[in-house]
Design a protein around this ligand. Structure first.
Ligand code: ITT
Length: 203
């Protein structure tokens, strides 16, 4: 069974609309990198080594246009330290409230993949940022699937979803006001999961 690597149950709920998977609540090392793909690829190698089964790592982030992409790869840290309401107030002080949510899924089962149309991380960039202890992961390819949604940061509305959902509005509705199905139809994660699901079914 595919192991969906996350400590976040909200992510697993959304993923189960696309595939059978088990949650593997493994807290992989999140390397410091501006690129979510590099973080997820490094995590997938580490999780695969730990699980010994096919793994899918899910790394997501909120990128606010007027804050130069902040909090981006630090979204989890910003949620834990500032909280989503203070992030929202920070953005409210800017003229431009537009933002993107991005999700990168990184799949690893120890085998090699064809690159097209989604990228394969063959690990140099992740290893360059990692310390020596992970050198043994060298060479294990990771297939990446990405999804993005554009929206606006607004005052919190809605009880659904998780994380930044109450302050992320897409076409007039916050993601916390959507059902899981509605969120998946437009979200960063839904788009990445749809791409992955199609590819995985072929595999
Ligand atoms: P794992 O690393 O264990 O998967 P996490 O919740 O920390 O759990 P991320 O680092 O990918 O996962 O998430 C970065 C932040 O973005 C974190 O604060 C999440 O709550 C939030 N987040 C991720 N996906 C989201 C979504 O679909 N809607 C709202 N917030 C989301």
């Amino acid at each position: 069974m595919l192991q969906y690597v996350t400590t976040n149950e909200g992510k697993v709920r959304e993923a189960r609309e696309y595939m059978d998977c088990e949650q593997f609540a493994y807290d992989y090392t999140e390397i410091q990198h501006v690129d979510l793909g590099a973080i997820a690829a490094h995590g997938a190698r580490e999780a695969y080594r730990e699980a010994g089964n096919p793994v899918l790592v899910d790394d997501a982030g909120l990128f606010v246009d007027s804050l130069g992409g902040f909090p981006g790869p630090y979204s989890s840290y910003a949620e834990d330290t500032l909280g989503i309401e203070r992030v929202q107030r920070l953005v409210a002080g800017e003229e431009d409230h537009r933002a993107s949510f991005r999700c990168v899924l990184a799949y690893c089962d120890g085998a090699d993949f064809a690159a097209s149309p989604d990228p394969v991380d063959r690990d140099e960039r992740a290893l360059a940022a990692a310390d020596g202890e992970h050198q043994s992961d060298s060479g294990v390819p990771v297939k990446l699937f990405e999804g993005t949604v554009r929206g606006r940061i607004v005052s919190p509305r809605g009880d659904g979803g998780f994380g930044y959902d109450p302050i992320f509005e897409h076409e007039g509705t916050t993601m916390a006001e959507m059902s899981t199905e509605e969120k998946n139809a437009i979200s960063h994660r839904g788009r990445a999961l749809a791409k992955f699901g199609e590819w995985f079914a072929e595999r």
